[in-house]
Design a protein around this ligand. Structure first.
Ligand code: ZN
Length: 161
């Protein structure tokens, strides 16, 4: 019998554990068990959630393009759309004045005019030529509101003033 080095021993141990875990992780009997385990571990270390939440929030504020890229990749995967951009592509289309391309408001993180990534033609996917950086308010309206809605609201506001 050959004697294993410590590294080899650990490698085998990890491999066998992974094999077991891959088999068992989809088993409904274990899913609940793992979930409870994770929850207990998370709550037994106070301050952990608070620390990571504030860490990611600060990271989002200081590097919004990273978060945009991450979220866009998830959306593209979910909707089976092309995804061919990188962080540099987002920074390339970022307005120099930091003002929204559509409405001209200055974009500030954690406000309703926070910068967000826009798919210019919806459904064509995230490609370097099909993205722009606009404010969250514009982006929401672009995806949810119709032209008729805008005209109706505009008419009401005009009547009110
Ligand atoms: Zn805007």
């Amino acid at each position: 019998m050959t004697k294993l080095t410590e590294t080899e021993r650990l490698k085998r141990r990890h491999a066998s554990h992974k094999k077991w875990y891959d088999k068992v992780r989809k088993d409904p009997k274990y899913i609940e068990k793992f979930r409870t385990q994770r929850r207990d571990r998370w709550h037994s270390t106070p301050g952990k959630a608070k620390f990571w939440n504030s860490y990611y929030r600060d990271r989002r504020d200081t590097h919004p393009e990273e978060w945009m890229l991450h979220a866009a990749r998830q959306r593209a995967t979910k909707r089976h759309r092309p995804f061919e951009i990188e962080k540099s592509d987002i920074l390339a289309v970022w307005p120099v004045s930091n003002r929204c391309v559509d409405c001209g408001t200055e974009m500030v993180v954690r406000t309703r005019c926070a910068p967000s990534l826009d798919e210019i033609v919806p459904g064509r996917g995230y490609t370097p030529t099909n993205i722009s950086v606009i404010c969250k308010l514009c982006n929401t309206h672009k995806s949810d509101s119709s032209l008729e809605w805008f005209e109706r609201v505009a008419a009401r506001i005009r009547r009110a003033t």
